[in-house]
Write a protein that binds this ligand. Structure first.
Ligand code: UFG
Length: 326
């Protein structure tokens, strides 16, 4: 089975390609290397293209004749999406529309989509279940929700079967250190805290310490990237087994505050993490924790790396490799 993986050279996409290959699928990476890395393409063929260009998607589909698509390609900086919404709507919405359109032209019916807990906005209650209202509070979340709506309408019209996977905070790196997280600019908490631990940056700023949480800092649900990748393969199998559409939360079910992450990094690395408190970052909900019971039941998903220390340990190993520490 051939799977076209948009954004397959990126952080989560490359882990998904590796998991697909290990499960016997042939992943075809479709990427423009804007946020992906050429060295992440090693588990199947590559097609250089941009989802904003329908001819590129047509070219890839005509050449490789995929049986299914995994769609990771997207911009994913919440703050930037507030400043430059047009950039996000063009890539994440128009690009996704182009993909759906091309799938119809090439009779590809199965789609696994990289959605986000950002589609829930500020949740009414935590842990968040899939049935909770989706009310995004930033353009990034809106673009992911619009794609979910487009997929739902196409599925209702009998054109596709899909799984929307709503990730909480993707974190960690492959257990053997082969691939990991490397964003430019980096905005995610764990890599930034590791930078502060290794001296690559002087300190890390904690965005707000007056949230209604036990220590005043934001709480997030960090899920290991290899567990995320595994859920994608399982979602593909579910879709291959019949018709339907699904939405699953993918999280650990346990939240950690920013200060708890810093403490865990200090413990795992044995280094001090200099930090200071700064103002809140716009659009940050106080607590985001996911209930992934449905994914566990329907996909047989059972995350293997639930401990935050393990997630940080793998991220740290990769950090040391990339930055040639020790
Ligand atoms: N944080 C800091 N300092 C930093 C960076 C982050 O205090 O320098 C805090 C944030 O305020 C947040 C937590 O650390 O409370 C995690 O922040 P990240 O930027 O690592 O992740 P987010 O929770 O903002 O983002 C994740 C995904 C997005 C998704 C979003 C949904 O990366 O794709 O969850 O809210 F949209």
């Amino acid at each position: 089975m051939i799977v076209l993986v948009t954004g397959g050279a990126g952080y989560i996409g490359s882990h998904a390609c590796r998991a697909l290959k290990n499960a016997g699928y042939e992943p075809v990476v479709f990427d423009n290397f804007e946020n992906g890395y050429r060295e992440n393409v090693k588990w199947g063929p590559f097609y250089e293209g941009d989802i904003r260009k329908p001819a590129d998607i047509d070219g890839a589909m005509a050449k490789f004749k995929p049986d299914a698509v995994m769609h990771f390609a997207a911009y994913a900086y919440v703050g930037e999406s507030v400043q430059k919404p047009e950039k996000y709507y063009l890539n994440n919405v128009v690009g996704s529309y182009n993909l759906l359109d091309a799938m119809q032209r090439h009779q590809v019916k199965k789609l696994v989509f990289s959605s986000s807990c950002a589609t829930y906005g500020v949740p009414d209650q935590v842990p968040i279940t899939e049935s909770q209202a989706q009310q995004p509070v930033n353009p990034y979340g809106n673009t992911k929700l619009i794609m979910e709506m487009m997929m739902r309408d196409h599925s209702d019209a009998g054109k596709i079967d899909y799984a929307a996977l709503r990730y909480f905070n993707a974190a960690g790196a492959s257990v053997d250190g082969e691939i990991g997280e490397q964003h430019v600019p980096e905005t995610h908490l764990i890599p930034l805290v590791l930078d502060a631990a290794s001296g690559r940056r002087p300190d890390v700023t904690i965005y707000g310490n007056d949230y209604p949480t036990p220590d005043g800092t934001c709480i997030r649900d960090y899920i290991h990237v290899e567990d995320l990748a595994d859920a994608h393969v399982r979602a593909l199998r579910l879709l291959a087994g019949g018709r339907g559409h699904f939405a699953f939360n993918l999280g650990n079910g346990r939240g950690f505050s920013v200060l708890e992450i810093i403490a865990a990094v200090e413990k795992v690395t044995g280094r001090k993490v200099p930090y200071r408190f700064g103002p809140r970052r716009a659009g940050d909900p106080a607590i985001l924790v996911g209930d992934s019971t449905l994914a566990c039941a329907k996909l047989g998903w059972n995350p293997q790396h639930r401990q935050i220390d393990d997630i940080i340990f793998h991220a740290w190993n990769y950090h040391k490799k990339v930055w040639k520490l020790e």
